[in-house]
Design a protein around this ligand. Sequence first.
Ligand SMILES: Cc1ncc(COP(=O)(O)O)c(C=O)c1O
Length: 391
Amino acid sequence: MIPLMKTTFLNEEETRKALAEFILQSSRFSMGTQCSQFEKAFSKFQERDEAILVNSGGSANLALLQSLKNIGRLKDGDKIGFSALTWSTNVMPIIQLGLSPIPIDCDLRTLNVMSGNLEKTLESERLQAVFITNALGFAGDLEKIREICRQRGIILLEDNCESLGTELPSGKAGNFGLAATFSFFVAHHMSSIEGGMVCTDDPELSEMLRIVRANGWDRNLSPSQQAKWRKKFGIRSDFEAKYAFYDLGFNFRPTEITGFLGRYQLQFIEKNIAKREANYKFLASIARDNPNLVELDSAHLSRLSSFAFPVICKTPELKEKYCMRFSKAGVEIRPMIAGNLQRQPFFPKYVKRHFNLPGADFIHDCGFYFGNYPELSQAELKLLGNCLKKD
Ligand SMILES: Cc1ncc(COP(=O)(O)O)c(C=O)c1O
């Protein structure tokens, strides 16, 4: 059996031992120095000024949109474009926060929203923000997308939960918009079991994210930031300030275990990405020669930090055939992320409009993926390669 993932952690045994030792030695488990040190290390890795750690990628998405509402950059009813091929908790926060989700179609050769897809949506929609998903280790032509958003005054946000480490010639995926979110759930590029991050260079946004993450209070702000909020609301004593709540928030705090694991896993990330990319290149070179499969295009990426190996067949019948072939060979497969989000059961309950999304429909009907991770052996890679060949 080749499962979607084999281990919880990179360097599993070593990490488990280090975690056990940390639990035995640590005197504190609620959010503290492990979390703040992981934030510092991650912001350095991602090359962003600020990183705010939360308890999941889904929480990161919700906290980001809530923060943008709190600081007045988004308001009730604003139209938010999102990639039609994404995960549930990319679009659910848009609905939960009273914003209006507008799906943008995806290109089946890159699996992502390309600038052409965005331009087409903009012909008929006035978007306040685009919350794009960099899907499955791939990304769209983010340079052009950034330029379109800049020209039209649209806020660009990236859900980079699946593309940690992917790079374009002008920078890392996750660094093209105002902010980006990340997930450290098991089976992502690195895992802290559960965990998520928001990165940004915007000081007003990062300050609000720290308020939103923890109940709406100011305890995790710098002394000067605290003084500003206390003055603004006439809070005079420390006694009062401890329980003053300044704006809408959640409890999305991570634990020190999240922080410890994040820091620990980060030391293995570069090697992991390199191995995933090498595996991807080997498998893609075989898939490319199979006329039954759509050839994927990553030429615009300078580094593909592969999340999984996507297979898009040319017809639904071929998909059935290849799904059967992989399953019979003992390879675990699954649908492409959550498919065309518009076709998920929850979506029509909240969004009454119907959108024409041929690219996302094609991926939904003809695609599936299997796991790609550093622990795949040569024999397993050979077996996967054989499954990708035309018979
Ligand atoms: C694109 C995308 N966004 C958000 C999430 C949510 O992350 P988490 O599972 O950490 O909540 C995921 C999870 O797989 C994802 O793939």
